[in-house]
Design a protein around this ligand. Sequence first.
Ligand code: FES
Length: 162
Amino acid sequence: MAPVHEQPFDSDAPDASARLAAAAHAVQALPRRRDQLLPALLTAQHALGWLPREAVVHVAEHVRVPVSEVYATATGYSELRMERPVPGTWHVCTGVSCDLLGARALLAAVEAALPGWVRGIDCQFLCALAPVAVDDAERLYGRVTAERVLALARAETEGTVR
Ligand code: FES
């Protein structure tokens, strides 16, 4: 699988074409079959950090599935990102299990302390460890509290190891 880039793909960046080509190359290593749709989407996201329109179209062409069906699939999985992630942004799961264990209050407390730094996100399939937070490198943290998330934020800001 292609290496993960620290920076999410940016269509305005000088390396945009090269990154799309590298993602396409990685996708082309997969068989050209419908059952490769999810692996292809994950491969493209791994290379680009998210799924820009160009990657979705390429995946559709490669696995021979209509673009509309690829979008429908991609938007159905919380692991797949259809928007460019903002570096430094964290997420707090607001799925049912996390919500029942206070995720919305946690999210509000973190948002109050660090406006614009955290967003809600759908279930991350780690419900047994609810409430769950996700950092900007896709690392998952279970049974978090607002205090723990804010401590992690401070550690990140100060560059200390988590
Ligand atoms: S509801 Fe939060 S991880 Fe499933």
